[in-house]
Design a protein around this ligand. Structure first.
Ligand code: NAP
Length: 297
């Protein structure tokens, strides 16, 4: 089969398209991949594989949708390393059945991004009618947070690059440029911030007293310097979260919510052939995408 193989950490060009042996089942479920999603983790891992526990050489990717080789069932595989390939071997509990109404592309885009946004907003106990600010609403996790926030009945605001604000409005959120003066004093009950770095100060200033800030990652730097008086004075809570806590049954629920239209589902920015994985990473690193980029074997 063909797969992307990384032999050493570095820039997008370390993503090599190679012919490799088909994976052996060895107690796992083999899935013929129709669409694999690119997650920001894949980029961080590519740059410093040793920091993520990857053993070189490795095949990147965590999310894929396709058909089970043994039964022909349509499935989503999420949280299974090696998804940038024609066939992926996954633990049975990570292989979830797909209803016919959810196509492979939307399913692949759903995995890590929706699990992460779901866990993050659940950790804040976001309630209907509360104001939610999503930072980087154009990111995979940010777009999912807009979708899930609206599903939970929140009044959703979202920041994004200036060329992407119309698309934020199309998703049902009030768009805000990163430097919009309304962010300070927005009085949000919850902020979802996957950016951190210089953005964190604005996220904290957007919160109402007793507000909750949740973060799942750092598109900017994880090293931050903030004046903690705003946290103390407004009695804020800062919460770390991630998709790893989402159970297989909760992922089934997310799939069901997309299938029955209660969630809009992931925005697919574009689909590229698997051999163009390097180009996919470049586009994301250049902030040229909105939502998910998919790779098609
Ligand atoms: N803990 C977990 O389980 C978990 C799971 C998923 C993701 N994460 C982490 O969460 C973060 C977001 O991941 P993602 O997959 O949602 O990201 P993504 O889809 O790759 O987001 C890319 C977009 O983020 C926006 N952005 C804002 N500030 C940025 C900056 N300083 N540098 C680059 N892009 C910036 C850009 O849009 P604009 O042009 O509109 O600003 C860019 O197009 C990452 O750090 C990722 O590793 C963690």
């Amino acid at each position: 089969m063909h797969a992307i193989v990384v032999h050493e950490g570095g820039g997008p060009d370390v993503l090599n398209f190679e012919e490799v042996p088909d994976p052996a089942a060895n107690g796992k479920v083999l899935v013929q991949v129709e669409a694999a999603a690119v997650n920001h983790f894949d980029i961080s891992q590519r740059m410093a594989p040793e920091m993520t526990g990857a053993t070189l050489p490795y095949t990147p990717g965590l999310d894929a949708a396709g058909t089970r080789v043994d039964t022909g069932e349509r499935v989503l595989v999420s949280g299974a390393p090696g998804a940038y390939a024609e066939i992926v071997a996954a633990d049975a509990e990570n292989v979830r059945r797909l209803p016919d109404s959810v196509d492979f592309e939307r399913a692949a885009g759903l995995g890590v991004a929706y699990k992460t946004a779901w866990a993050s907003l659940a950790d804040t106990e976001l309630k209907s009618g509360e104001k939610l600010l999503v930072q980087a609403g154009s990111s995979g996790t940010g777009q999912a947070a807009i979708d899930i926030g609206r599903y939970l009945g929140a009044e959703v605001y979202a920041t994004a690059g200036s060329s992407k604000l119309d698309r934020i409005r199309d998703l049902g959120a009030e768009p805000l440029a990163y430097d919009d003066e309304r962010i300070d004093g927005l009085e949000a009950a919850v902020v979802f911030d996957p950016v951190l770095g210089n953005r964190l100060e604005a996220s904290l200033s957007a919160l109402a007293p007793t507000g909750r800030l949740v973060t799942c990652g750092a598109l900017d730097s994880p090293m931050v310097s903030i004046n903690m008086w705003s946290v103390v004075g407004k009695r804020l809570r800062i919460i770390g979260s991630g998709g790893g806590s989402v159970t297989p049954e909760q992922l089934d629920r997310l799939i069901e919510l997309v299938a029955n239209g209660e969630l809009r589902g992931p925005v697919v920015d574009r689909e590229l052939p698997l051999k163009q994985a390097a180009e996919a990473h470049r586009l994301i690193e250049n902030r040229e995408t909105f939502g998910k980029v998919l790779l098609k074997p």
